[in-house]
Structures are given as structure tokens and as C-alpha cells.
Design a binder for this molecule. Structure first.
Ligand SMILES: Nc1nc2c(ncn2[C@@H]2O[C@H](COP(=O)(O)OP(=O)(O)OP(=O)(O)O)[C@@H](O)[C@H]2O)c(=O)[nH]1
Ligand SMILES: [Zn+2]
Length: 210
């Protein structure tokens, strides 16, 4: 564990029964925190009932209002979130719901970036054209939350090598990287392709092989 990581503490723990539109149910222990470095209201959901010596499964999900709440097909966030809850509940672990809308640029900027993408830019070029970082996410607060929960060694559910790199640099032990499902549609395939080509996301895109 990196001793330079500023310590955060649990503020509140509440039980929230989750019931999804498709009927899937899971029991979540939801945690809030004091002392997170970026001052944002990130949440941790502890799911499932891991054996004491089992390696927990962790997912760091970046907020996407359009995908998570409204079912936008422009990205893969909604299906990834639903998948993560189920896989973590089965195995035991933690879902961090990080308030990093638009890869950290915020909702209005993301929608401005969508407008530029409709004019031909890819998802990263659109951020740059707005004078914003391609990906502004920093996972220090996530590392603080995991440390506050006593979860310092875990498998990480992601296709994004930067998430693994940042957590390891912060002193956490990512034992294994576990890929998410591939949720490609006609509406999001350009977006997924850009993630593979520009930021090295490990996503098998069969529809693009041809
Ligand atoms: N700026 C911007 N953000 C987007 C766009 N599409 C989705 N997002 C945001 O991207 C974040 C999700 O990041 P992704 O790149 O889909 O996936 P990831 O978190 O890097 O990687 P995984 O762990 O493999 O899912 C969410 O915060 C979304 O709001 C876009 O076109 N522009
Ligand atoms: Zn999304």
C-alpha cells in the first residue's frame, strides 16, 4: 500500500436492495466517504458475500448519465454497469460509481463533444477540439475508497489499461484484469473502435473484423 495515499474514512453505510428493470435483484451495502481528494460524491457498492480468503472483484465505473439512466446506445456504459453489478454480486466485491461524467469533462461538455462527433470527429478529437483533455480521469479517490474499505488486493473488471496502471502506481494490487462483455451496436461501434485504437482498450470487436 502506498503510504502517500491520503486517508479517507467511511462516512455512512446503508443497505439498498437493487431491483433492475429486467428483474435482476441484488443486495448492496452502499458507502459514502469523508476525505476524498477530489471532493466529489463518489459511491461504493459492496455486493455479494465473498469468502474471507477470496480475491474480490472490483469495477470502477465512470458516471454516464445518458447511458446509465436513459439507456443511450451511443456508448456501452449502461450494459457494462448492469453486467458489473451481476458479476460482482455473484463473486463478491465492490462497484465504485465514480462521478467522472464524460471521462471527467462533465455532462454539458460531453454533449458538446457528441455534437462535434456528429460532425465527424472521433470521441477523443472532440474533447481536444473543445480545449479539454482526451481523458481527464484520475483514480486517486477510487484508491482511497478501496483502502477505506480494506480492499487493497483484487481483480479489476475493465478493458482500460490506464485504470490498472493508475491503481498500481497508487500502491494497490490489481491481481488480474478481467475484461467486460463486448456490447457493440451500430450506434456505438465507432466509439468502441476509437477506444481500442487510441487508448488501447482491450475490446474484441468482431463486427469490425471484416
Ligand atoms: N468526453 C466523452 N466522454 C464519453 C463519451 N462517451 C462516453 N463517455 C464517458 O466515458 C466514460 C466511460 O468511459 P469508457 O471510455 O466508455 O470506458 P472506460 O471506463 O475507459 O473503460 P472500461 O473500464 O473498459 O469500461 C463515462 O464517464 C462516459 O460518460 C464521449 O464521446 N466523450
Ligand atoms: Zn456512456
Amino acid at each position: 500500500m502506498d503510504t502517500t495515499l491520503t486517508k479517507a474514512t467511511v462516512r455512512t453505510r446503508v443497505d439498498i436492495p437493487l431491483r433492475f428493470a429486467d428483474g435482476f435483484e441484488a443486495a448492496a451495502e452502499v458507502y459514502t466517504f469523508e476525505g476524498l481528494v477530489d471532493g466529489r460524491e463518489h459511491l461504493a457498492l459492496v455486493l455479494g458475500d465473498p469468502a474471507p480468503d477470496a480475491v474480490p472483484l472490483v469495477r470502477m465505473h465512470s458516471e454516464c448519465l445518458t447511458g446509465d439512466v436513459f439507456g443511450s446506445a451511443r456508448c456501452d456504459c449502461g450494459p457494462q454497469l448492469r453486467e458489473a453489478v451481476e458479476r460482482i454480486a455473484e463473486r463478491g466485491g465492490v462497484l465504485l460509481y465514480l462521478r467522472q461524467e464524460g471521462r471527467g469533462i462533465g455532462l454539458y461538455n460531453k454533449l458538446d463533444a457528441y455534437a462535434l462527433q456528429d460532425a465527424g470527429l472521433d470521441t477523443y478529437e472532440a474533447n481536444t477540439a473543445l480545449g479539454l483533455p482526451e481523458d481527464g480521469r484520475d483514480y486517486t479517490a477510487a484508491a482511497q475508497m478501496l483502502a477505506a474499505l480494506g480492499v487493497e488486493s483484487f481483480d479489476l473488471l475493465t478493458n482500460n489499461p490506464d485504470k490498472v496502471r493508475q491503481l498500481r502506481d497508487l500502491g494497490l494490487t490489481v491481481a488480474e484484469t478481467v475484461g467486460t462483455g463486448v456490447f457493440a451496436t451500430d450506434a456505438n461501434v465507432r466509439y468502441l473502435k476509437a477506444k481500442v485504437e487510441r487508448t488501447g482498450h482491450d475490446i474484441a470487436l468482431p463486427a469490425l473484423a471484416a
